[in-house]
Design a protein around this ligand. Structure first.
Ligand SMILES: [Zn+2]
Length: 494
């Protein structure tokens, strides 16, 4: 049985640290080499995420992305794009590695000067035209294409819809759309400018900051005022209508829907303000300046909590066999992610259970309160499957690596109901009042930041007034599901 990873010398942390150190050493060593002799070869780097070792890059911290896309009306053709990255160097760098694996790079400028670049693995490796020291500000401008066409059988960031494009970058596909530091540990502010032909509407995360018309095209500009992970970026281009309404305390709510479907989906969309109010009662104020639902005419097979504008496939709202309570609880799942996963982002992908466990928890709680679907029944059923989920996908906080070529396969039952079950066990263990306080304190303490499993264990222990690390070790890292507090009769092997 593993201990909480960040607090043990021989457990999972030991596996994690050398990778980060090695990457940093590689950057330092190559800086030394370049001073002494010829430039070092460009090599792909990562920040050492256990599940996605190639994601992210050491040596800098991105402050903002400013991304311009030009769409010409054909969702099979590459878009022209310009990505401007403002970052601060956290080490001396003779190379700056960005993640970018799909699309053509035309030119790179750094701090106003032309910079050399090459592709290496899934990285775009830029050679700064002047030395970069720790603490230096870097402005990197990449002129590139953004290609919505992917090799057969592979998953990309762009989703082709009936009438344009939407984005679904989770977990590791943002760098198939734009150059970036593609790991949720490096959140940044985002601005978008999207140019599209007449008849199209473009919407992105955050609020609009203006539109300009030129010839037959319009440029739509958006800005989001909170830090965001690259995996949560959203750009929708389509023959869409933007529906506006008001949420609690004047919160702007805007939904983006295919114009032809607007009447059919309205009965669902008008439920959002009350859902926000319901969640605010549970966990506190909605964390961003705007929310809304993006409905895509596409068969994605999933919904996605893209920040301030969650992505839903149209069929969820149009297929008659889905009961109303089910559709609404899925809407609440994505909405809950705005607190859990978006505002509070995972430090590494092994912390995914904190995203999905909480979103599933509020999805199930909503179904209990609004549709009389008892949470305990659902948790009892989950308990019955928990051991087999753990065997298939690993324990909740130490999931198995994604299957080769199937990167979203980390989204397994163990991180959904299998992790909501951990929260249920915790509530059984510490009581409703302490649990509810924990939830509110968690999203307030880590708002707009990153947090990891050890932070959750620490806060829960603080609120319960006793050390819960033994309790969490079993529930988060055990091969077998521990006995359920208060339900000694529950059987985890059936
Ligand atoms: Zn989710």
């Amino acid at each position: 049985m593993l201990l909480t990873p960040r607090t043990t010398a021989s457990g999972p942390k030991a596996l994690r640290t050398p990778r980060v150190a090695a990457a940093l050493i590689a950057a330092t060593v190559s800086a030394a080499l370049v001073a002494a002799s010829a430039p070092s070869p460009a090599t792909p780097l990562g920040i050492g995420d256990r599940l996605f070792p190639h994601l992210g890059n050491p040596g800098y911290d991105v402050a903002s992305y400013d991304i311009a896309f030009t769409y010409r009306g054909d969702n099979r053709k590459p878009l022209d794009a310009v990505t401007k990255i403002e970052a601060e160097a956290t080490a001396s760098l003779d190379r700056v590695n960005l993640d970018f694996a799909h699309g053509t790079v035309r030119s790179v400028e750094m701090n106003g000067r032309r910079a050399r670049f090459e592709k290496s693995g899934e990285d775009l490796v830029v050679t700064p035209p002047a030395p970069v020291e720790q603490g230096d500000r870097m402005q990197i401008t990449v002129h590139h294409t953004s290609d919505p066409e992917y090799a057969k059988g592979t998953q990309g960031g762009w989703v082709r819809t009936d009438d344009g494009l939407a984005m679904a970058n989770q977990a590791d596909a943002a760098h198939l759309v734009f150059p970036c530091n593609d790991h949720p540990a490096d959140k940044a502010e985002f601005r978008f400018r999207i140019t599209a032909p007449k008849g199209y509407t473009a919407v992105a995360n955050g609020l609009p900051v203006g539109t300009t018309r030129h010839g037959g095209a319009t440029t739509w500009a958006y800005r989001h005022h909170h830090p965001m992970a690259t995996e949560l970026a959203q750009v929708s281009i389509g023959r869409s209508t933007v529906l506006r309404r008001q949420g609690p305390h004047g919160l702007p709510v805007r939904d983006v829907v295919p114009t032809k479907d607007r009447k059919a989906v309205e009965p669902w969309l008008k439920k959002t303000p009350d859902q926000i109010g319901w969640l605010e009662k549970k966990v506190g104020r909605y964390p961003f300046e705007v929310y809304g639902v993006l409905i895509a005419g596409a068969k994605t097979g999933y919904e996605l909590e893209t920040q301030t504008l969650s992505l839903f496939e149209r069929e969820l709202f149009t297929r008659p066999e889905y009961p109303a309570w089910y559709v609404e609880s899925i809407m609440v799942h994505e909405l809950a992610h705005q607190w859990f996963g978006d505002s509070v982002s995972p430090r590494s992908w092994s912390d995914l259970w904190l995203n999905e466990g909480h979103a599933t928890w509020y999805e199930a709680l909503y179904a209990e309160e609004k549709a009389k679907k008892p949470l305990t029944d659902r948790m009892r059923a989950a308990y019955g499957q928990s051991d087999s989920w753990r065997a298939a996908g690993g324990p909740p906080a130490w999931p198995k690596a994604p299957a080769p070529g199937k990167k979203i396969s980390i989204f397994r039952p163990v991180v959904y109901d299998g992790s909501a079950l951990v929260l249920y066990a915790l509530r059984q263990e510490i009581g409703h009042r302490a649990f509810e306080r924990l939830e509110r304190d968690w999203v307030r303490t880590h708002r707009d930041g990153n947090a990891e499993t050890a932070d959750f264990v620490r806060l829960a222990s603080e609120i319960a007034g006793r050390d819960l690390s033994g309790f969490f070790d079993g529930w988060l890292y055990g091969k077998k599901t521990p006995p359920m507090p208060g339900h000694p009769d529950w059987n985890s092997g059936k």
